[in-house]
Design a protein around this ligand. Structure first.
Ligand SMILES: C[S@@+](CC[C@H](N)C(=O)[O-])C[C@H]1O[C@@H](n2cnc3c(N)ncnc32)[C@H](O)[C@@H]1O
Length: 404
């Protein structure tokens, strides 16, 4: 007898991905998470807060419960979450009036921990703006097959950078600031002189600003396209350390960089949107800007050597870049290491500050690198110390010799 076929659940799960995404966008558009920010509400009160009738609001809330963004419980005060982990005090329960009374009794909905930490507008780690921008321009996805055949989308993000990148840069900044701060804490500022931090394709400058925060005497230089540079300037103006950040409008392929003058050069999520040769040239430009001992910091989503569901973020990010830009989509850690070696750098520690995100470093030989200086100062070694949320990957990505 032939073996029983597997369940079709994985196919449903893929279709559900589309539904989950748009349910989340609707919740953000309706301000549903903010409505629950100060405590649980029943369906009637939630419906009133978001301006939707109680049946429809209840079904959306049920979907968000299924997505683990909300919790639902019978009306017992005390279940819930705030932005860290403490449940907020339950307010007095609103009067029962909803049609969910016909089910298991009146339910109250509450924010789950993920929503409380990442989906409230204005939160320190908020991804609320990023949700809309992260898949790239939505209209590119239905034409993906044709894009893959043709080798480029019908319209590339870089054809009109001012139309897409400002919102993406603003959306990605809060969570990237958290990731960048974790990496900056691993590297120590040089002693006895003012350090220079260069951020190429800075966006809202989460990486440069995190380093300036961690290194109180350092100065920064952020390079951003003229169509997007207002976002960099806004971010610097709004940040307590932003007065130490100089902002230059121009392409990172062409602006004059301080040759041999930088202690850190950051390439934050820019190499994947470049064609391969341009990415390698950009690494060489960044390397030339480093002083001896200076460190190249590359934050990205490298292509895994063996695809797996554990690398979902990296793999789908790569497809997003192919769907929306003329870039290569993703490079491998080994590629970056080879480009860095070709530019005279020595590959160094690798970190994973966020799930799927990899931060690769490479250092110009000849001085005390920020990583080594951190060891000398007793804060961390050149090989990073494991800590929650910041995982050294040196053993996962051993130095490789794959050639172009
Ligand atoms: C994905 S965002 C990353 C922003 C920030 N580095 C981060 O990691 O969050 C890419 C940024 O690179 C900028 N960019 C793209 N091409 C560029 C170029 N040729 N010169 C300067 N900036 C560029 C875009 O405008 C955009 O703000």
């Amino acid at each position: 007898m032939p073996p029983a076929p597997p369940t079709p659940a994985p196919v449903w799960e893929i279709i559900h991905g589309f539904r989950r995404y748009w349910a989340l966008v609707a919740a953000l558009d309706l301000g549903l998470f903010e409505a629950l920010a100060s405590g649980p509400l029943d369906a009637a009160a939630l419906a009133e807060a978001v301006g939707v009738d109680v049946h429809r609001a209840g079904l959306l809330a049920d979907a968000l419960v299924a997505m683990e963004l909300l919790t639902a419980a019978p009306d017992v005060p005390g279940a819930g979450a705030t932005a860290e982990s403490q449940p907020p005090p339950a307010p007095p329960a609103p009067s029962a009036s909803s049609d969910n009374a016909a089910g298991p009794g009146r339910l109250v909905y509450n924010l789950g921990l993920v929503a409380a930490n990442y989906l409230l507008a204005g939160g320190q780690r908020s991804m609320a703006r990023l949700v809309r921008e992260a898949p790239g321009p939505h209209e590119r996805w239905p034409e993906l097959a044709e894009t893959l055949r043709r080798g480029a989308p019908s319209t590339r993000v870089e054809d009109d950078p001012g139309a897409f990148y400002p919102d993406l840069a603003r959306g990605t900044a809060p969570i990237q600031r958290v990731a960048a701060a974790a990496v900056a804490r691993e590297l120590a500022a040089p002693r006895g002189r003012q350090a220079l931090v260069v951020d190429l394709g800075a966006g809202a400058a989460p990486w440069a600003l995190a380093f300036l925060d961690a290194w109180p005497d350092a100065r920064g230089l952020a390079v951003e396209l003229p169509e997007v540079v207002h976002v960099t300037r806004e971010a610097a103006a709004a940040d307590p350390v932003g007065d130490r950040l100089d902002v230059v409008a121009g392409s990172f392929h062409r602006v004059e960089l301080p040759v041999g003058g930088a202690d850190v050069v950051i390439l934050g999520h820019v190499l994947r949107t470049e064609p391969r040769k341009a990415a390698r040239r950009l690494v060489a430009r960044a390397a030339a800007a480093l002083r001896p001992g200076g460190t190249l910091v590359v934050a990205d989503y490298p292509r895994p050597d063996v695809p797996s569901s554990a690398a979902t973020t990296e793999t789908l990010m790569a497809l997003t870049i192919l769907a929306t830009t003329g870039g290569q989509g993703a490079f491998r850690a080994a590629d970056l290491h080879n480009w860095a070696r070709g530019a005279g750098l020595t590959p160094g520690a690798t970190y994973m500050p966020l799930p799927g995100q990899t931060v690769l470093t490479a250092t110009r030989p000849g001085g005390l690198s920020p990583a080594a200086a951190a060891g000398a100062a007793g804060t961390a070694g050149a090989q990073p110390v494991p800590r929650p949320g910041l995982r050294p990957l040196g053993s996962v990505f051993p130095p490789s010799d794959s050639r172009e």
